[in-house]
Design a protein around this ligand. Structure first.
Ligand SMILES: O=C[C@H](O)[C@H](O)COP(=O)(O)O
Ligand SMILES: C=C(OP(=O)(O)O)C(=O)O
Length: 352
């Protein structure tokens, strides 16, 4: 008999999850949601291929923890999309998986009740329902793919994917990206290194074979085609921004050296705004200025925005949570978001 002390020594339990197929059966993709996803992905590919001159804007809460406030935010964004549609494609940031520097709440899928009960089964279902609701509004969605199994549950509802600063160098995430159905933005590292994002684009453009699960939840060897729509997201690092025109020119040179097309997205948050959310409009204004001055490589921006600005700690008594306020990184409030996007729209009407 195998000694219980030799295997899974530090594992305390395994709880079964419904298969991706079972969750899709419970919450099927509707025609309306599918149209939003397909059109969103096509518009993003067209922007990256320069067939569509607009800027894509991934904008929304740092993380989703309250679907009611999330939907309230989405309705506001949908109304604004109609106003700025000539110059910008708005994609709602719908982040359910948070990569933590050390520890902390890891997001709505991992712990939807925010009480360390870790009901991942319920979290995955609630996340799918939320994505369906947003797509049915006609808003395309963007997420960070952190857990390599989650895309089997949610991938049909996503138009754009980020690989975060902490995982861009990970082979697992590059392999996963090679099979994702969306364009994928690879963040530079937390130390500001963009070479890991360039290597990630090169790796994920190739076919891979790796361990994963299929729709029935069986462990499988997954074989992928490779993803032709990888691009770099500049988020600053090591306490320094990297959205200024010199940093952009250096990133363009690095891409050219790797024989990759010059496609750059600027994350207005994180180290680009010294983690001070209220500085994001300044970053955005600078990026828009560079575009209006003729820059050709900037295809998108990211913004962390919510209904209420700033952030809050998760209180022991959840009834004390402030409605529409982030429980992870600080965000700009809705009025600032609206002004920032309207100003950008006005400026972009003059782009060459
Ligand atoms: O945007 C998200 C955070 O910056 C990232 O998840 C790290 O968060 P932490 O440093 O608070 O753990
Ligand atoms: C974790 C995030 O960003 P980064 O990977 O750039 O730190 C995020 O956008 O939530």
């Amino acid at each position: 008999m195998i000694s219980p002390d030799i295997e899974n020594v530090n594992v305390t339990s395994f709880a079964p999850m419904p298969s991706p197929e079972a969750l899709h059966r419970k919450l099927p993709l509707t025609d309306l949601a599918s149209e939003t996803v397909m059109q969103g992905r096509e518009a993003l590919r067209n922007i990256i291929d320069r067939k569509d001159k607009r800027l894509f804007v991934v904008v929304g809460p740092c993380s989703i923890h309250d679907p009611v406030a999330g939907l309230d935010y989405a309705r506001r964004l949908k109304a604004l999309q109609a106003e700025v549609a000539d110059t910008m494609l708005l994609v709602m940031r719908v982040y359910f998986e948070k990569p933590r520097t050390t520890t902390g709440w890891k997001g709505y899928i991992n712990d939807p009740d925010m009480d360390d009960s870790f009901r991942v089964d319920a979290g995955m279902e609630k996340a799918r329902q939320f994505l369906l609701d947003i797509c049915e509004l006609g808003l395309p969605t963007a997420t960070e793919a952190l857990d390599p199994i989650s895309p089997q549950y949610l991938g049909d509802l996503i138009a754009w994917t980020a690989i975060g600063a902490r995982t861009t160098e990970s082979q697992t995430h590059r392999e996963m990206s090679s099979g994702l159905s969306t364009p994928v933005g690879f963040k530079n590292g937390t130390d500001g290194d963009i070479s890991i994002a360039i290597n990630a684009i090169l790796s994920s453009a190739h076919p891979h074979a790796f361990l994963g699960i299929n729709a029935q939840g069986n462990v499988s060897v997954v074989r992928t085609r490779g993803n032709a729509y990888g691009h770099v997201v500049l988020r600053g690092g090591d306490g320094r921004p990297n959205y200024d025109s010199v940093s952009i020119a250096i990133a363009e040179q690095s891409l050219a050296k790797a024989k990759l097309p010059a496609n750059l997205v600027v994350d207005c948050s994180h180290a680009n705004s010294y983690k001070k959310p209220e500085l994001q409009p300044l970053v955005m204004a600078d990026v828009i200025h560079q575009i209006v001055q003729g820059n050709q490589s900037l295809v998108g921006v990211m913004i962390e925005s919510n209904i209420v600005g700033g952030n809050q700690k998760i209180p022991a008594d959840l009834s004390q949570l402030v409605y529409g306020c982030s429980v992870t990184d600080g965000c700009i409030d809705w009025d600032t978001t609206e002004k920032m996007l309207r100003d950008a729209h006005q400026q972009l009407l003059n782009r060459p």
